[in-house]
Design a protein around this ligand. Structure first.
Ligand code: NAP
Length: 276
């Protein structure tokens, strides 16, 4: 109980909070967690995105709380977690999925553009994790899954702001995994490969040439689906992953391992000189 207000009820079902849960991968992650019996909280800036996402997720049988939130603002994030406490009285899983991104050579990224992307991805992940900890530590099976990208450890030409921010989130994932192990909180990351969503079609895969060159760079030869990414989050958030913490799972059709590997597929090899 706080400030003399009535105690929130504590739900029997586990609860997952997904930032950016109204669109794209966040919405698919919500659907996968709903299938595992989670009730949901989705948070992002646009009430329209949240309403559309919540409508679909309720259709999957989950209770859904929508909380308009800009994750760059720690006061709004605190209000978000207070709303979770009031509505459900518990939090079991936090998925830091919200992000912003745009294509630009590093020298053309303005300080405002830089701050916007780093603010959403890195600050937002830290603010949400920090504010969620008091509720998470009361869960019997708490975990955090951060959505990053393989350029967190590779290179992200054309997206220096996002690459730097995701690298920060990877370091935070590993650091919090160690610091918060004492509270039983597991912290992992998923690095999706290229997946076509409304957001990426608008901001990244902006021409058929880009789409084709990205596709060619994936050893499995195709873009991933939101459901394929969501399945990996569902696994890491579940008790099936109860001894996994501080790890990053690349779900990318082999994209990052294929980088820089000499591509000899389809080449005619000369006959072995020693063979008769
Ligand atoms: P998306 O649909 O554009 O998702 C981004 C979400 O973040 C939106 O729901 C957006 O909602 C929310 N958001 C943006 N700024 C916010 C803010 N300041 N506060 C709160 N929420 C905010 O794109 P997506 O492809 O599904 O991406 C989801 C995640 O996957 C991101 O972390 C992205 O970096 C990662 N990822 C995607 C790909 C891919 O190919 N799709 C590859 C690698 C990694 P509002 O507009 O309502 O705020």
């Amino acid at each position: 109980m706080t400030n003399g207000a009535t105690s929130p009820r504590t739900d029997a079902k586990p609860v997952a909070l997904i930032t950016g849960g109204g669109t794209g991968l966040g919405r698919a992650i919500g659907a996968a967690l709903a299938a595992d019996g989670f009730n949901l909280v989705i948070a992002s800036r646009s009430a329209e995105h949240l309403a559309a996402g919540a409508g679909e997720l309720r259709g999957k049988g989950a209770r859904v709380l929508e909380v308009p939130t800009d994750v760059r603002d720690p006061a709004q994030v605190d209000r978000l977690l207070e709303a979770v406490r009031k509505e459900y009285g518990r939090l079991d899983v936090l998925v830091n999925n919200a992000a912003g991104n745009f294509l630009a050579p590093a020298e053309n990224i303005t300080p405002n553009g830089w701050r916007a992307v780093v603010g959403i991805v890195l600050d937002g992940t830290f603010f949400c994790s920090r504010a969620a900890l008091p509720l998470l530590r009361q869960s019997p099976t708490p975990s955090i899954v951060n959505i990053i990208a393989s350029y967190a450890w590779m290179a992200g030409p054309g997206t220096a702001h996002s690459a730097a921010a995701k690298a920060g989130v990877l370091a935070l994932t590993r650091t919090l995994a160690v610091e918060w192990a004492q509270y039983g909180v597991r912290v992992n990351a998923v690095a999706p490969g290229p997946v076509r969503t409304e957001g990426t079609d608008r901001q990244l895969w902006v021409s058929e040439e880009i789409v084709e060159s990205v596709r060619r760079g994936v050893p499995l030869g195709r873009f991933g689906t939101p459901e394929e990414i969501a399945e990996s989050v569902r696994f890491l958030a579940s008790t099936r992953a109860s001894y996994i913490t501080g790890q990053v799972l690349a779900v990318d059709g082999g994209q990052w391992l294929g980088k820089g590997v000499m591509d000899l597929r389809g080449q005619a090899f000369p006959p072995d000189p020693k063979s008769p």
